[in-house]
Each structure stands twice: as structure tokens, then as C-alpha cells.
Write a protein of this length. Structure first.
Length: 112
């Protein structure tokens, strides 16, 4: 077997192992109860096409539906009223928190 063929096989195996590892990693999902509590005590401003916003949504999994969310792409007026300049932005108890927030941080900030 040629050296280049062996290298190609090793690279292909490495890519397959990497893909399996990524696909099998646990996807944490916030409970419905926690999502409802955070959603009832906060508003998150997001925007279509915002990768950080997608990452924030993924932390909640299917329970993101309980989060009070405003999409600045579709509702620019609300975002301008709140002076939202970056997304995601969380408004909790009148304070602004920029960027992706962990579930633990959101629980602490909202008292959930």
C-alpha cells in the first residue's frame, strides 16, 4: 500500500470519528418549568441570522417556546424603543445583559 493511500485512510477515519463524537455529544435541554420561569421574568431580543441568538436558543431546546422573545428583524420598532444595539440582549428586572447567557446565569438573574 502506498504511503499516500495510508494517509488518506487515516484522515478519513479521523473525520468519521470526529463526526460521530460531535453527533453523539449530549444536547442539554432546559426543563419546561425553568424555561417558563425565565420567560415570565425576562425578555430576550434576538435577530434573524444571528448565530449567537441561535446558540442561546439551543440552550433551551424545545422549551425555547416559553421564552419571551422579540425578533428585531421583524419588530424593529420594539427594539428601537428599548435601544437594543446588539443581539442577543436580555432585559431582566430593567437591566440589560448582552450576549449569550448560561441557563444558570439566567436562573440567578430571574430568581428561578
Amino acid at each position: 500500500m502506498k504511503k499516500s493511500s495510508l494517509i488518506t485512510i487515516v484522515i478519513i477515519l479521523a473525520v468519521i470519528i470526529f463526526a460521530i463524537t460531535i453527533l453523539n455529544r449530549p444536547h442539554p435541554e432546559t426543563t419546561e418549568e425553568i424555561a417558563k420561569c425565565i420567560g415570565s421574568h425576562s425578555t430576550v431580543y434576538v435577530q434573524l441570522g444571528c448565530h449567537a441568538c441561535e446558540s442561546q436558543e439551543e440552550l433551551f431546546g424545545d422549551n425555547y417556546q416559553y421564552i419571551n422573545s422579540v425578533d428585531c428583524f421583524y419588530d424593529q420598532a420594539k427594539c428601537q424603543q428599548q435601544n437594543i444595539t446588539a443581539t442577543p440582549t436580555w432585559i431582566i428586572k430593567g437591566k440589560e445583559y448582552l450576549g449569550v447567557q448560561s441557563i444558570e446565569t439566567l436562573k440567578d438573574l430571574t430568581g428561578c
